[in-house]
Design a protein around this ligand. Structure first.
Ligand code: NDP
Length: 311
């Protein structure tokens, strides 16, 4: 790496969801001149949703991409240095940490905030991609409201799928759960909730072959049972709940991760196993995964980082 390509910064924020932008807002106001790299999906997961009705402060709701544009604008106005580009390598073995951008430039950072998020898993069907945002969603809490009194399906048999199916059942007319095994993987308590809910029908041993739809969006799904038989269900919403994977590949072997790959932090703080590296948002949170909790954890990371730098 050429020396003239190396730049030194006090704090580098990796990722541009609610966690990253909130950290940038706080650190700018603390005069710590944060530099933030936005990554391959500027704005993060919220840019793939439509209306967000549960983020406080927007009585009429707000468009997901608009909410992220607002956060970005706020961080920029306060002086954060927001850059496009992705981190391609990190070396956390000594401080300042070495961070490579787009395989070219190198930054030496006294501290790091990792807010690279998590990515919802999809089945990988072309029809699923086609209707993403038009009936296909990976977040019932975000989008369920738009399917009031309609029929929907949830794919998956884990705790998330059961939780989302139960949530959707309170809004929708009928909820199908499409489960590939002959049993649910979810905890007993969650399973019981599902089986007690009258308008949930669990379709065991089914896989989705195709999501069906027209110009208006999703209209159904074609399912194939493990015995080879087929059936079609009429639905307006197709919700994926087959897990998320945290975007932590860059940090494997350098930061302590849990069995699922999420960054481990110390108690209620954002402190990772490496001093001076802080984690915020979905990258350390397999449970809540909400924009507001991510923003809150971005604030925590900024405050932890500020204390670390002022020490
Ligand atoms: P899980 O990995 O637990 O479950 C994923 C589900 O999706 C499984 O039923 C799995 O099937 C299914 N699945 C995976 N890939 C496919 C595929 N390609 N096609 C069809 N089905 C598929 O993920 P969750 O998000 O449910 O949970 C993650 C963690 O978070 C868990 O530890 C869970 O306990 C926890 N959690 C806890 C909650 C709570 O306590 N309230 C709420 C939500 C999550 P299979 O079983 O066949 O592998």
């Amino acid at each position: 790496m050429e020396n003239n390509q190396t730049e030194e910064v006090k704090v580098l924020i990796i990722g541009s969801g609610p966690a990253g932008y909130t950290a940038a807002i706080y650190l700018s106001r603390a005069n710590l001149a944060p530099v933030l790299y936005e990554g391959i999906e500027p704005g993060g997961q919220l840019t793939t949703t439509t209306e967000v009705e549960n983020f406080p402060g927007f009585p009429e709701g707000v468009d997901g991409p608009q909410l992220m544009a607002n956060m970005r604008q706020q961080a920029e106005r306060l002086g954060a240095d927001l850059r496009s580009g992705s981190i391609t390598k990190v070396d956390l073995s000594e401080r300042p940490f070495r961070v490579e951008i787009d395989g070219e430039k190198e930054i030496l950072a006294q501290s790091l905030i990792v807010s690279t998020g998590a990515t919802a898993k999809y089945l990988g069907l072309p029809s699923e991609t086609k209707f993403r945002g038009q009936g296909v969603s990976a977040c019932a809490t975000c989008d369920g409201f738009f399917y009031r009194k309609k029929d929907v399906a949830v794919v998956g048999g884990g705790d998330t799928a059961c939780e989302e199916a139960t949530y959707l059942a309170s809004l929708c007319r009928k909820v199908y759960m499409i489960v590939r095994k002959p049993f649910l993987r979810a905890s007993k308590a969650m399973q019981e909730r599902v089986f007690r809910t009258e308008n949930i029908e669990v379709l065991f041993e089914y896989n989705t072959a195709e999501v069906l739809g027209d110009e208006q969006g999703v209209t159904g799904a074609r399912l194939v049972k493990t015995d080879g038989s087929e059936r079609t269900i009429d639905i307006a919403g197709f919700f994926l709940a087959i897990g998320h994977h945290p975007n932590t590949e860059l940090f494997a072997g350098q930061l302590e991760l849990d069995e699922e790959g999420y960054i481990r932090v110390e108690g209620n703080t954002s402190k990772t196993s490496v001093e001076g590296v802080f984690a915020a948002g979905d990258v350390k949170d397999p449970h809540y995964r909400q924009a507001i909790t991510a923003a809150g954890s971005g604030c925590i990371a900024a405050l932890d980082c500020e204390r670390f730098l002022l020490r």
